[in-house]
Design a protein around this ligand. Structure first.
Ligand code: SAH
Length: 464
């Protein structure tokens, strides 16, 4: 972070600006929202600046800046849109002790003005250190659309009511009251009858929350699917909508977390790269800690929570704490992966069963019934199978599997960056080593992408 965001108290303090054109106007429009005492130096000021001076909103000095003109100023804006003049005025201002901003000159500025979303007294400042003004604008317009237009007056009224709300116990009850006020009852009253209606609604709202029963906590173990938000179930969406707390693993994508209720607390309980992961005991404790306060907890797991998700350990912990729970299934990686190949997991005459296996378990590489997996036509979905590819290849070949058995590795199934590596059992390790697959990847043994399968059959027929 090269720039540290702060909010500067400007009430009654001096801010000086040099310039009278477009750049000066843009900055002045922002500065006039503050209660600073503004002085503008310009020998050729725009009409609007003259008007503001006539209205007494700023002091206009019709000449170029001179040493001493920025004495006691906290901030100075060089806005003459002329490099030489900006350099001259900013040198004067620095000597006078002001912090300097040169418009459109990040390198020589001591501070920068962020993009601002103004819901006074709520102010959001967005900065990209000059890297991406387009991005700042996009974030600004996103926030503008998202924050109720009347958040400012609501916040002012709410602030005056804070003391009264202390009758509610600290924590969840108070949070529920405020979230009801800012996102439901407040905006509704404002729409219906303006600020007076908001004032009038507050005592009744407080009364309602005082009498509200303590809610019972609950844990929903929810499948987030393979990554594409459109592959969430409606039940998963509903659970996310109602969540107070979402505890997710690292497979859950940002797009999906975005769907959580705005006020929900998001907690990442997953491993970050090769960094330390939260232990299962810590995760269990975290789930229970939140649910015990009455929170609606969503334990959000990639894919289907019942597939290699350590679900039982969490359910048992939650049951031991006497907390209610339910499971919302999700689309598992194998389903998304096989769909991307255009294949089926089972097929009449080819395989009447399919196995979901893990590449490694708690004891290391996982052992399986290799003899049956090696049979022609068998299909297996290997989860967490990248590191164990050599082991699996070795075991299958040892048990007589055909070297040309198709194998597909699907990375980031269902996501925009999905990649498919189509190979064979004999090529598996080399092809995987040569690839740079580093996202979550599922290995499908016995299946090729449909088009490639067709090509493969042609070749085999030619050589038959
Ligand atoms: N419960 C999850 C699986 C958890 S185990 C599910 O049902 O999908 C984690 C493994 O799942 C990863 O190592 C990878 O093999 C697989 N996986 C999860 N999401 C994936 C995705 N989008 N694409 C490919 N494989 C994925």
């Amino acid at each position: 972070m090269k720039h540290f965001p702060i909010f500067v108290a400007l009430e009654g303090r001096r801010v000086v600006l040099s310039g009278g054109g477009e750049a000066a106007l843009a900055k002045l429009r922002l500065l006039l929202k503050t209660e600073a005492s503004l002085t503008v130096f310009s020998s050729d000021p725009a009409k609007e600046i003259e008007n503001w001076a006539n209205e007494g909103r700023l002091r206009l000095v019709r000449r170029a800046m001179e040493p001493g003109d920025a004495t006691c100023a906290v901030l100075f804006y060089a806005a003459d849109e002329d490099d030489a003049e900006d350099a001259r005025t900013s040198t004067i201002a620095r000597a006078d002790g002001a912090m300097v901003n040169i418009v459109d000159n990040l390198g020589d500025s001591e501070f920068i003005t962020p993009a601002i979303v103004d819901r006074d007294p709520v102010t959001v400042a967005i900065g990209t250190e000059g890297a991406a003004p387009v991005l700042a604008r996009a974030i600004k317009s996103d926030l503008e659309a998202r924050l109720p237009a009347n958040l400012g007056p609501l916040a002012r009224i709410g602030k005056a009511f804070r003391k009264a709300v202390e009758v509610l116990p600290m924590g969840r009850k108070r949070r529920d009251f405020w979230s009801d006020f800012y996102f439901n009852a407040g905006p509704r009253a404002m729409d219906q009858g303006g600020e007076n209606a908001v004032q009038d609604t507050l005592p009744a709202l407080l009364d309602k929350h005082e009498r509200a029963q303590e809610r019972e906590g609950h844990v929903a173990f929810v499948g987030a699917g393979p990554g594409d938000p459109e592959l969430l179930t409606l039940k998963a969406r509903k659970a996310l909508d109602a969540a107070d707390v979402v505890i997710h693993d690292r497979l859950v994508t940002k797009d999906i977390l975005e769907l959580a209720r705005r006020e929900a607390i998001l907690i990442n309980a997953g491993k970050e790269g090769f960094g330390p992961s939260m232990s299962q005991d810590d995760i269990n404790a975290l789930i229970i800690e939140h649910a015990a306060t009455g929170a609606q907890v969503v334990r959000l797991k990639g894919g289907d929570p019942t597939v290699f998700g350590r679900l039982d350990e969490e359910i048992e912990a939650v049951m031991a704490a006497d907390i209610s729970w339910h499971v919302v299934p999700g689309i598992t990686a194998a389903s998304a992966s096989v769909a991307s190949l255009g294949q089926s997991l089972t097929k009449r005459g080819r395989n009447s069963s399919v196995r979901f296996v893990t590449g490694h378990d708690m004891k290391g590489y996982a052992d399986h019934d290799w003899a049956s997996l090696a049979r022609p036509g068998e299909v297996a979905a290997v989860y967490m199978g990248k590191k164990s590819a050599r082991f699996i290849q070795g075991r299958l070949l040892m048990y007589g599997a055909d070297r040309s058995t198709p194998v597909s590795i699907i990375e980031n199934a269902s996501r925009p960056d999905q990649r498919i590596l189509a190979t064979t059992l004999s090529g598996l390790v080399n092809d995987l080593d040569a690839s740079d697959l580093n996202g979550p990847a599922l290995t499908l043994i016995g299946l090729a992408p449909r088009a490639a399968e067709a090509a493969l059959t042609d070749i085999q027929q030619e050589f038959a």
